[in-house]
Structures are given as C-alpha cells and as structure tokens.
Design a protein around this ligand. Sequence first.
Ligand code: HEM
Length: 510
Amino acid sequence: MPHRSLIAAFVSAQLLLSGAAFAQAAPPLTRDNGAAVGDNQNSQTAGADGPVLLQDVHLIQKLQRFDRERIPERVVHARGTGAHGSFVVTGDISRYTRAKVFQPGTTTPVFVRFSTVIHGNHSPETLRDPRGFATKFYTSEGNWDLVGNNLPVFFIRDAIKFPDMVHSLKPSPDTNVQDPARVFDFFSHVPEATQMLTRVYSDYGTPRSYREMDGNGVHAYKLVDDQGGYVYVKFHWDSRQGEHNLSGAQIASVQGRDFNHLSNDLMKAIERGDYPKWDLYVQILKPDQLDQFAFNPLDATKVWTGVPEVKVGTMTLDRNPANIFQETEQAAFAPANLVPGIEPSEDRLLQGRMFSYADTQLYRVGTNVNQLPINAPKVAVNSNNQDGEHNSGARTGKVNYEPSRIQPKPQSDAARYSALPLSGATQQARIAKTLNFRQAGEFYRSLSADERKSLIANLAGDLGQVRDETTMYTMLSYFHKADADYGTRLAQALKRDVAKVKSLSDALSD
Ligand code: HEM
C-alpha cells in the first residue's frame, strides 16, 4: 500500500473508532415512552411508492407534540426575560414582620421575570410601556411573589377597570393595530391616570436595559408581627446599576439594530459574570398615619411623598435560565402567593390582583401549575387539594381531608391573618381623596429640561393621532391641571387653543 493510503486508512480507522465511541456515549434518541428510535429521518411507508403508515408511532407522536407546543401567552406582560439569583437581608425590619424572608442575615433564592406589558411574546422590547419586575422568593416558609413594575404608580385604582383599560391599550379588535385614539378615548374618562401616563410617556417608558431599571411593588402591603400587629409598606428595588433610559431618537437607532436589546443585555451581562444587583427598600406607615396625607396611601395611583425609605437587603441575579419555556414562560407569579408576616392591604386594585393571577395561571399553564419545578416551593406542600391535569404530586395515604385523628394536619397561630377593624355598610363608590393631578405635576417638575422636552415630544406624537376634539381637549386639560407649563407646551405642540385648555383645566378639581 502506498504511504499516503496507509495514512488515510489509519485516519479513517481512528474516525470510525471515535465515531463508535461517541455513538456509545451519547444518549440515544427516544420516544416519550423512553424507547429508542430507529430512524428519525424517514417515515414508514407502504413500500417505495405507497402512503405513510399509521403504525409509525414515532412520526405521529413527534407531530402531535409539535402541534401542542404553544400554551396561551400571558394576557398582559407576554414578552419577558428571566434570571435566577438570591436575596440577602442586610437591614433589620424584624420588629415589623414575622416573615422569615426578612429576618436579618437570611438568604433566599429568587427567580425574577422582567417584561413589557401590551404586545405579544417576541414583540419589540423598544416599544413604550411600563416594564414588569416580578420576583419569586423561594422562602423557607413557602413562596412569596412580589409582582411589581418599574414605575412606582399605576393607571387606575380599582381592579374593575383593568380589563377595559387593557382592551383599549391592546391592538384594536378590527385592525390588530394599537391605536392611540382608542387609548385616549378610554383615558379621557380616567383622570387618576394622569401621573402614570406622564411617567410612561417620559423616557422611563423606554428603559435602556432591565439592569438599569428600578422596581416597585406599587401597592401598599402589610407587614405583620408575631402579635398580629401590622404596618403598611411600599416596596422599592433600587438598581445598583443606576436608572438609564432611552430618548425617542435613541430608541429609533436601537430598534434598527436590536429590538431584543433588553433580553440580550441581561443575558449577556450574566454570561460574562457582571451580575446585576438591586437594593430593596421599604417605606413604612402605621395604620393611624394613613389619614395624614392629602391622598389615600392605599391608592395605587399615588407615591408616598415624604415617607423615608428603610433598606432591607440586596438581590443579585447570577444565573440565566437553561430552558426559557420551562422557567421564564411557565413561571407563574401571583400576588396571592404570600407567606405569614406579609399580607395585602385594602388597596382595591391589589385586591383584584389577589384573584386574577392565580386564576389566569390555572388556565394559562394548567391546574397543577404550582407543581412545576419553577413554581414549586422549596418546602414540603401538605394540602388536601388533589388530582386534575398534569398532577405529579407525591401525596399518599387515605387521609385527604382535615380535620382527622388518623393523620392530623395542624394549623399554627403564627400563620393566622391579622384582623382589620371595620365599620359601615357595603358600597360602590370612588375613594374620597382622589388627588388626581398634583403628583403628576410634581413628577413633571422633577424632570430636567431635556427630559421634559422628550416627554412633550413622546406624548404629542401619540396624542396627535386623536381625532376626537373632546377627547383631545379633555386630555390636555388633565395635563394642564397637573402643571400649567406642561399643559401649555403640549397644547402648543399639538396646535390647540391654550386658553380653552386653561379654562377646562380651571374647571377641574384635584
Ligand atoms: C387589577 C389590576 C391588574 C390585573 C387584574 C392584572 C392582571 C394580570 C394578569 C392576568 C397577568 C398575567 C399573569 C400570568 O399569565 O401569569 C398579569 C401579569 C403581570 N402583571 Fe398585572 N394586573 C394588574 C395590575 C398590575 C399592576 C398594578 C402591576 C404592577 C405593580 C402589574 C404587574 C404585572 C407583572 C409584572 C406581570 C407579569 C408577571 C410575569 O412576569 O409573569 N399588574 N397581570
């Protein structure tokens, strides 16, 4: 054999050997019942020219599973990105709460999902929106979910308005295109949205990255001590990376280059070991302080101006999901996931959220959503809830009820809800202290000259698409009521009658 052929024969023998070794080491392709697949490239046919056979169960299962890959996307916040990490308590608020997650020195694993709100999964992350900032704390007493946003207030204060608001913000049912005329048609009836609209149309509505964004619980929650005493708190995640946003002009250039800039930035930062951190702060009010403000502190359209922040701890995100569907998409955050020592306040918006998330997740993900690894608590579950689709629970034995002498399931006084004193009759009425405009003006005046310019341009862009003059002037009067300079500049940008806007604004009460 000539020298060259000898080498070739040796090399191909080596390749054959390493190929065989590789084939041995790599796990074989199987069907979902674990049985090995013979051929994943050619369907079974009746001879060379005949049709495909029904007995090709591998082909059939492959197509069936593919046909069912999608679950309904979240009705809001469909586009998101998640990361794992931990939360370490460095401050001491233990006198206010019995929750173990807040005891000094405690470290708790977390999963966070950041999101946009209105458009579907895979929509551009450059679009103007509030951003979701949802954190699941896998505490030693069960899971606690803090489901917040980057902005500190919300559009509405009563859950009964939420489905209508979302319908107006979503693409129009007759064109499938988002339409500012519909959005402002709705919001011209909702003066309490003025502060949130001002924040969303400022550059805070287009953050530069998720890392450079604060988070807010928005609502008041209650922290409950071991005597059942409680205080009201608002939670705030303060980004250690600082807050940085994109102006209208910057968005246009980012959009052209990378409309997934928020997901890419977070994943790449974690990949290179540049782990983002947020400090958690609480503002605290005693029950008898609630009446001391011009606004109602349990109104989600308000910030707690002048109430100091107390630092509680720091969260670090240091691991990307290995499987986006199983972690980020199947993750089910719910305000109803609370632990002893943390309770909802009487905030009417929060009360609706207590129901809505846990309900939608039974439909979006399935009955046993909370048994999935991303949602399962790290502590044992010992409830009598049973059966239903996808049940992989480990309950055994004959006692699936309570009370029982055969197998008691004791309850603990330490996990009792706090008691709220009440008086009066049931009612359907708006809250007494609305203060719809003042804080929007305070926010406007806190912006720099450039930020105000950006806000006017962003807002005039969308408001300019409104054709109904009553809607247009009503919206302008709200912004004018918040701040005369703000309303005047907007009216001028939209070439409307400033004197008319002023007189409509004068007729409004806060
Ligand atoms: C009554 C008012 C509200 C209702 C009824 C409501 C309802 C919902 C629903 C049904 C979902 C989808 C949940 C899922 O499929 O897993 C969702 C997601 C979300 N909502 Fe709300 N929402 C309300 C207000 C708010 C407010 C005030 C905030 C912020 C403080 C907020 C933040 C979020 C976030 C961050 C998500 C996405 C969670 C995730 O990443 O999975 N929502 N909301």
